[in-house]
Design a protein around this ligand. Structure first.
Ligand code: NAD
Ligand code: GLY
Length: 371
């Protein structure tokens, strides 16, 4: 594996290199309302801004104005807000809007919101008329550093998270850092989980930088945020550029997600935020890495401390080991019923492997009840 810390960090533009599906990620302040930001988006007769009832009142009018020169008609559809609405019924509202307005196959979809809106809009774009162009306009930290980049789109099923979806790349990702100012504190912390994730799996220098700057990040210092978003996107670009459809390497981006998805599904979508579940899931995956003899306890404690300082839970909900194991079998990494975990094999490096269920049960027992 080449060294992701060699990727340039001087630019405010990070490129996803995927041949004809390549696209830029623009990162900065004041991007949303500037027409120049959107100059690379295909001009079309119609466009649909997909947002939700929280984000649309804050930012849809500004976006609509900024893209006005590129599309003759711009419609807005506002979905109900929340992970519990990431399902077929709500996805259908996007198709209702597209078909109701007789949108053709050149119609551009803009996903304006967090990861839920982004994942659903991407899936709608992948399937409407077998594929229309779309643009990601992520407005949460989590979406800016992870979900808007790399083309994973999905909805949830009651039996498993993100189990129905497609790989479908956007034309452009625009991360306007100003939008993070209106994000509730709990959502901001959830985004930090995905930022922290990149350290133990790929870049120990970045991990040290996050540790040194976590107080400033918690206060949303603009310069620190710009670096955190850019570096996260660079690492994600580096991984996705090598393994777009997760035949191997890309699975490391799911560090903390096997336990995390079990928490989200087990409690019911929307109880714990996705980032909260990932934060706690990373602690559990590290505990497992330690029990497998891969990392020392000091490293587990180091990351646990950082997750805690980011305002995230480090103790999992008590669902029972059996229930966790059942839930983790409905995971895209599972093969022939065998659960696969992303573990840290040494600081800054991750791999995917199975683990004896007694060991996993020990992790659950230890991490899911207060010490
Ligand atoms: P979210 O989309 O639910 O957004 C969080 C909350 O913040 C929502 O209530 C939203 O309305 C609100 N919000 C968004 N932007 C705001 C702003 N600027 N100001 C005020 N409020 C704002 O959650 P999320 O954490 O962004 O994303 C989580 C989702 O992303 C999950 O469904 C997860 O599965 C998915 N995800 C996907 C990928 C991927 O690669 N596709 C990666 C990670 C996570
Ligand atoms: N968030 C995991 C991935 O994009 O692969």
């Amino acid at each position: 594996m080449s060294d992701p810390s060699k990727v340039s960090s001087a630019s405010e533009r990070v490129q996803i290199d995927l041949g004809e599906r390549s696209y830029p990620i623009q990162i900065g302040s004041g991007l949303l309302g500037s027409p120049a930001t959107w100059s690379g988006v295909p001009a079309s007769s119609q466009a649909l801004i997909v947002s939700n009832t929280t984000v649309a009142p804050l930012y849809a009018a500004r976006l609509q104005q900024a893209i006005a020169a590129r599309h003759r008609q711009i419609h807005v559809v506002s979905l109900p807000d929340g992970e519990e609405h990431k399902n077929w019924q709500v996805l259908n509202l996007i198709f209702d809007a597209l078909l109701g307005k007789a949108c053709d196959r050149k119609t551009v979809l803009y996903a304006l919101g967090g990861g839920v809106v982004g994942d659903m809009t991407g899936f709608a774009a992948a399937s409407y008329m077998r594929g229309v162009p779309f643009v990601q306009v992520p407005t949460t930290l989590l979406a800016q550093v992870d979900s808007s980049v790399g083309g994973k789109t999905a909805i949830n099923h009651p039996l498993g998270k993100n189990m129905i979806g497609a790989f479908y790349q956007p034309q452009l990702v625009v991360c306007d850092l100003d939008t993070l100012a209106s994000l509730p504190a709990r959502e901001f912390s959830a985004g930090l989980a995905e930022v922290i994730k990149y350290g133990p799996i790929a870049d120990m220098d970045f991990l040290s930088w996050i540790e040194a700057n976590i107080d400033g990040l918690n206060q949303r210092d603009p310069a620190l945020l710009a670096h955190a978003v850019r570096r996260s996107c660079e690492i994600k670009a580096w991984v996705v550029g090598q393994d777009e459809k997760e035949s191997g390497l890309r699975a490391i981006l799911n560090f903390g997600h096997t336990f995390g998805h079990a928490i989200e599904t087990g409690l019911g979508y929307g109880q714990w935020l996705h980032g909260e579940a990932v934060g706690c899931g990373m602690v559990m995956a590290l505990d497992l890495s330690h029990r497998l003899g891969l990392v020392d306890l000091a490293f587990v404690e180091r990351i646990t401390r950082l997750v805690h300082r980011a305002g995230l839970p480090i103790v999992g909900p008590v669902l029972g080991a059996q229930r966790y194991l059942e839930l983790m079998q409905v995971d895209k990494k599972a093969q022939a019923g065998e659960i696969k975990f992303v573990v840290i094999d040494k600081p800054g490096s991750a791999l995917v492997r199975s683990a004896p269920s007694e060991l996993v049960a020990e992790v659950i027992d230890r991490c899911c009840c207060p010490r």
